[in-house]
Design a protein around this ligand. Sequence first.
Ligand code: GLV
Ligand code: MN
Ligand code: MN
Length: 438
Amino acid sequence: MTTLAQASPDLFAAAARRVMARCEELARVTAVPGTIERVYLSTEHARVNRLAAEWMREVGMRTRQDVAGNQLGRLDRVVAGAPDPDAPVLLIGSHLDTVPDAGRFDGIVGVLMGLEVARLLRTPLGDGRFGVSLPFGLEVVAFSDEEGTRFGKALLGSSAVAGLWNDDWWALTDADGTSLRQAFLEFGLDPGRIGEAARRPEQLVGYLEAHIEQGPELDRRGEALAVVSSIASARRFQIVVEGEARHAGGTPYDMRRDALLGASEAALAVERLCRAEHHIIGTVGQLEAFPGAVNIVPGEAHFSLDLRGEFDGTRDAVWDDLSRELDAIMGRRGLRWRSREVHSAAAVMCAPLLQDVVREGIASTGTIGADDPAVIFSRAGHDAMSIGAITDVGMLFLRNPDGVSHHPDEAVSAADVALGIRALAESVLQLGADHRAR
Ligand code: GLV
Ligand code: MN
Ligand code: MN
């Protein structure tokens, strides 16, 4: 099939139904019954990789789990009726790990849509083999850790593929004190081989990722699909505030060095400074007081900071301002503070060519707004951020009703998924046409 123009809408509707049913099936693979939680290198991670591999083989893909625990499926380019395993590939993917108490679609829907695109575009070769009649191969990748839920550092799976692995990360620990190195070994992976996950730029044609928007813009516009222009830069910190634990009744206010109040004032300063800057957003999502008793003035407080911006420079300037503000707050309260940066990712531009093919893909659906689709800057992080270090990246956003994400109410409609699959498949064909024309 070289064009989808005549394809029946039923084809995309059936593909979308399969995606929705599989999102439900994956949602049942959870560490915490009643909620969805799947973290890196867990038994749930292994189970969803097995399911994804099964579904990859069902569409004729050759599968492998790489040395970072990412699950991959590949359809080779077909040349003169024979597969060419050495041809560069277009990667299509997203992630299967989740935040705690997650929704069903963040990441997952992009992986499953990639599989449906592979199903639509595959070419039977006889004897059970399949390839693609494209000027490149097609690989679907289910990244293993995008959220950073377990070790604090996000994008571990895609960083390994992008060759960005940093050996300092081996010492990161989870909430139980298990190190990343130990977790690799327990999962059956060899930390010494991590470098083998890295792909070389010449092996790749580009990377496409479909994802729910995780914001309200498409819903407000009444449109199903958008082109992503760039992805926000992000930094994450763990901050410790030190004061003095003392008796809650006996310690007068002028003697208190209450670490929780310092951290609380810091959280308000995060809101104030970030709100004052265009396209900067900061969140304190974790806050804990120690020793954590009702009758003790907190002697220590720990909080997280997630800071994002459209441009690295503005984001860094806000962090510098915030650091000065924290010095002032803690100084006034007789507290000390220190921070540890646990994640840093630069802003990534989607490649103009891939923005164009995604735009053409959306146009092919003929849906509302398709001739002039929304172009959205992504405030959420994506695997495309790391993959951008080795190849061109492009992203397609799907409407996310009310913009709610990282929450069990996260949603996307089957109708929008059907449009998204059509747009993504057409984008791949457009990219193929562009390559042939060169
Ligand atoms: C990932 O979803 C992130 O943006 O934090
Ligand atoms: Mn997420
Ligand atoms: Mn995601």
